[in-house]
Design a protein around this ligand. Structure first.
Ligand code: GCO
Length: 257
């Protein structure tokens, strides 16, 4: 007989997810909403964001949008203040927004390196710090950073992405150790190769596609929806004593030679 449990219940929790107009971010937002959370989706383009918010609302979920560029610190702070003003508290934040830039390292422009680090690392720091301030004021919360399988291991032509994502792993641990006393947990999710828009060029590149399929013990790309459960777990009572953790969702690719 199934036992009713609140272990993965997010009812009553307000959770902001950045980069939620598509891909992993939208999948995480949808999964959290399906487990009872009020989700606040972030994206840069208001129209695209509204389509996704409307889709979740049409399915009966509590969903709203906050369009801003995560590299704009003032806009990030203003959005967090609006969320707390509307709902009284922020219980969760998923710093998921990220960019990719693929150029061989010897040709990699400094400006592009700075841009990738700004979005994939610094913006996550700002969101985490500002979210944590607000969470601390209302009893605590949970932060998740979307890192990558890449970081501890690397592949050619994505040096900025790898550096930023590895730095974000370290930032996750740094914030976890400082914020535990305030009732705030900080974890990361490390996706492997996921079939998202950011990776379309890779999927359509037959040799690369074959390499991913061959190097992944589960023999395929992940679907974005397969990242949702990890976010629910780390946001929910089931993860109540999990902090400083990097949760891999990569089909065992990172542990295979
Ligand atoms: C790439 C991909 C990767 C994936 C993911 C792998 O160019 O290799 O974009 O970075 O997105 O991060 O874990």
């Amino acid at each position: 007989m199934a036992i009713a449990t609140t272990l993965f219940d997010l009812t009553g929790r307000t959770i902001l997810i950045t980069g939620a107009s598509r891909g992993i971010g939208f999948a995480m937002a949808k999964a959290c909403a399906e487990h009872g959370a009020r989700v606040v989706l972030n994206g840069r383009d208001p129209a695209t964001l509204a389509e996704k918010v409307d889709a979740l609302a049409a399915a009966g979920h509590a969903a709203e949008g906050e369009a801003f560029d995560v590299t704009d610190e003032a806009a990030t702070i203003a959005a967090l203040d609006r969320i707390v003003a509307r709902h009284g508290a922020l219980h969760g934040a998923i710093a998921n927004a990220g960019v990719q830039h693929r150029v061989p390292v010897l040709d990699f422009p400094t400006a592009d390196f700075r841009r990738v680090v700004e979005t994939n690392l610094t913006a996550c720091f700002v969101l985490g710090r500002e979210a944590a301030k607000r969470m601390a004021a209302t009893g605590g919360g949970a932060i998740i950073n979307t890192v990558s399988m890449l970081g501890p291991i690397a592949r050619p032509t994505v040096p900025a992405y790898i550096a930023a994502k590895e730095g974000l792993r370290a930032l996750t641990r740094a914030m976890a150790v400082e914020l535990g006393a305030k009732g705030i947990r900080v974890n990361a999710i490390a996706p492997g190769y996921v079939a998202t828009e950011m990776n379309t060029a890779l999927i359509e590149n037959e040799p690369f596609n074959a390499w991913v399929i061959g190097r992944t013990p589960m023999g395929r790309w992940a679907q974005p929806e397969e990242l949702g459960g990890a976010a629910v777990f780390l946001m929910s009572p089931a993860g109540a004593f999990v902090s400083g953790h990097i949760l891999s969702v990569d089909g065992a690719m990172s542990v295979a030679v």
